[in-house]
Design a protein around this ligand. Structure first.
Ligand code: PMM
Length: 259
């Protein structure tokens, strides 16, 4: 899954793809490099990020989704927690919703997804992007994340989204210490065992910077180590900014047949 942030304030590629043409070129390059899915997001979720008003998020993402849906053969996912943004993006040609609030951010979200009959990624987060890094604590991070996601999936099913359309994501970096993120990657099988496809998004995140003492943009090697660890522990989708290196790493890993 290639990341296309159309936010002026995204933590790693802020503003660079804000213009429509640049966004489309970037998405095409990711598809050419082997992305199976392009994830379009118009609201930064970096720690401390302010909420983007709905009209502003719509202006950022809908033209991009519409243009990409016409030009790309790979499916487009919309990274949003707002039901109206999801609804309009699905109308414009998106075919999956990536909701970092696991349907808790907007009471209308589950209905939009159920009605459109599309898959959804439910992600674990502690608190909100504003508050999530304030000394996060867990009894056992993997067990707590699994419990949360099992319950979120249960609620999605109750709202009319079939289990077969639900993907789960541990939410690396969302209300977790460095140790929590590493443990979640190490113990990913516990999440895989819930039976849904698992999505993992380590790309360029600060826990990599903390382990390697690496500032942006030097977090690619650390990201690739996480990609391979996620694949080795059973992840089905990895969400990355740099698609070509990730695809090459995974192709080589699969060629070795280490799993
Ligand atoms: N991370 C970010 C945004 N959206 N969605 C999912 N499913 N999983 C993630 O880990 C995730 C996400 C934050 O990173 P970005 O600002 O670079 O997109």
């Amino acid at each position: 899954m290639g990341i296309l942030n159309v936010t002026p304030d995204s933590f790693s590629d802020g503003g660079r793809y804000a213009r429509l043409d640049a966004a489309v070129r970037q998405a095409e390059a990711m598809a050419d490099a082997g992305a199976a899915l392009i994830d379009v997001g118009g609201e930064s979720t970096r720690p401390g990020a302010p909420r983007v008003p709905e009209p502003e998020e719509l202006v950022r993402v809908i033209p991009v989704v519409r243009r990409l849906a016409k030009r790309l053969s790979v499916p487009i996912s919309i990274d949003t927690s707002k039901a109206e943004v999801a609804r309009q993006a699905l109308d414009a040609g998106a075919s999956l919703v990536n909701d970092v609030t696991a349907l808790r951010g907007d009471p209308g979200m589950a209905g939009v997804i159920a009605q459109a009959r599309v898959p959804v990624i439910l992600m674990h987060m502690r608190g909100t992007p504003r508050t999530m890094q304030r000394s996060p604590r867990y009894r056992h991070v993997t067990a707590d994340v699994c419990r949360f996601l099992a319950e979120a999936r249960h609620q999605a099913i109750a709202a009319g989204i079939p289990a077969s359309r639900v993907l789960l994501d541990p939410g690396l970096g969302f209300g977790k210490t460095v140790a929590h993120n590493l443990q979640l990657l190490r113990e990913l099988e516990a999440l895989v065992a819930l039976g849904a496809p698992v999505v993992v998004g380590p790309s360029r995140k600060s826990f990599i910077g903390r382990v390697l003492d690496a500032e942006l943009p030097d977090r690619l090697p650390g990201t690739l180590a996480c990609v391979v660890a996620a694949a080795a522990h059973g992840a089905h989708v990895v969400r990355v900014h740099e698609v070509k290196p990730a695809v090459d790493f995974l192709r080589m890993f699969n060629a070795i047949g280490a799993r």
